[in-house]
Design a protein around this ligand. Structure first.
Ligand code: SF4
Ligand code: SF4
Length: 378
């Protein structure tokens, strides 16, 4: 029964993701991803982290409902609950259900320590789509207790009971004592049938200024795990430059396509640029989004915030589909010389890269997915 329910939920998620992708390609007038903070408090105190405290109360549930409804009204495609530690919010399940009552795909970023079989089943019932855990090391140390040793049992429970997709993010950066741990963590995640990604620790401005030799070697091993064309290669180009201490030339769309909503209900560009623009979500308008969509933030070159890079890549696809696809395929070939473009990607490229065919098949795809309205770009 669980297997069937999992399959059904997976297909339903894929359908909603296809709709979200189509809406994002169709118009830039709505956020793709909003990260919202239901509680700033955390039950851990990782020494590199500037996103938590040890005292804040949960944001009142009614207030959270208002913020979630506002994100729904803005037609946000993905709503992510983050923190602090979001599982400390007593009504997180109800918040997830509220977010799912619109069109959004709903995700949670957690340190995983509060997970139990019962908690996982409650998240299933709430309608959660994705859960992400970052694991910093194999055994806990002074910097971080988010270790494989502390979390392995929880990962097994997730593999057994979750009906949502689970991503394990292993981390590289100056605060991580043993870079090879990232590889061990990724392998364990894959062994359990969970998705693995790699992230890089940034400074308090979201920047990273290169990895040392050992860290670069670990990063290279992670790349060679090749979890899939669209789950890794898209990050490879920007991460590879950052790992080598090189800047990236890209357009951050934070404040428009990506919103960070703090515990006070204000919109910020991202967790590392809090204060800008710092406007309450309740008063955040399409004009604010248009301004942010166009503006250059100044911190782009060394930014390591992968979810904002990911969102920017969607807009790059929208504006320069052939070049964006080529970038992904080139990144994949760098790690695997024998890589051949999958037939499904070749078929999609044939349908949508040629402008004339794109007009015809694009309309058809939007109609099939039930996505309509006036196309418009800020
Ligand atoms: S678990 Fe996450 S939010 Fe908590 S201190 Fe560590 S990095 Fe920060
Ligand atoms: S480039 Fe964008 S995502 Fe990165 S730190 Fe600056 S505002 Fe944040």
């Amino acid at each position: 029964m669980t297997v069937l329910r999992r399959r059904w939920k997976r297909w339903s998620r894929l359908w909603r993701e296809a709709r979200a992708f189509a809406r994002t390609m169709h118009s830039t007038r709505h956020p793709f991803l909003a990260q919202i903070i239901p509680i700033r408090r955390c039950n851990l105190a990782c020494t590199y982290c500037n996103e938590f405290d040890d005292f804040s109360p949960p944001v009142p549930t009614e207030e959270m409902y208002n913020r979630i409804d506002r994100l729904t009204a803005l037609r946000t495609a993905v709503i992510t609950f983050s923190g602090g530690e979001p599982l400390l919010h007593p009504d997180l399940d109800a918040l997830i259900t509220r977010a799912r009552s619109g069109e959004a795909i709903v995700t949670v970023i957690t340190n995983g320590l509060l997970l139990s079989p019962d908690r996982i089943r409650r998240l299933n019932r709430a309608g959660l789509d994705y859960l992400q855990i970052s694991i910093d090391n194999v055994t806990p140390d002074d910097v971080s207790k988010k270790s494989l040793k502390s979390l392995d049992r929880r990962l097994q429970w997730l593999a057994e009971y979750s009906e949502f997709a689970v991503t394990i993010n292993s981390v590289l950066g100056s605060a991580i004592r043993i870079p090879e741990d990232a590889f061990v963590i990724a392998q364990r995640a894959r062994q359990l049938g969970l998705t693995s990604t790699v992230g890089m620790l940034h400074d308090q401005h979201g920047a990273i200024l290169g990895l040392d030799e050992k860290q670069q070697a670990a990063y290279q091993r992670m790349r060679e795990l090749q979890p899939g064309l669209f789950s890794f290669a898209q990050f490879a180009a920007f991460q590879r430059n950052l790992a080598a201490g090189q800047p990236n030339d890209w357009h951050c769309r934070a404040g428009a396509r990506f919103l960070y909503i703090c515990e006070e209900g204000k919109v910020h560009y991202c967790s590392q640029q809090r204060g800008a623009p710092g406007i309450p979500l309740s008063a955040y308008t399409r004009e604010d989004m248009e301004r942010s969509f166009k503006s250059r933030k100044g911190c782009e070159p060394f930014c390591s915030i992968s979810c904002v890079h990911q969102v920017a890549l969607l807009d790059r696809f929208r504006e320069q589909p052939a070049e964006a696809l080529q970038q992904i395929l080139d990144a994949q070939r760098e790690t695997d010389a024998a890589f051949r473009t999958p037939a499904s990607v070749r078929a999609l490229a044939w349908l949508f890269l040629d402008p004339r065919r794109r007009r015809i098949f694009g309309k058809l795809a939007l109609k099939t997915l039930g996505v309509g309205g006036t196309q418009s770009t800020p």
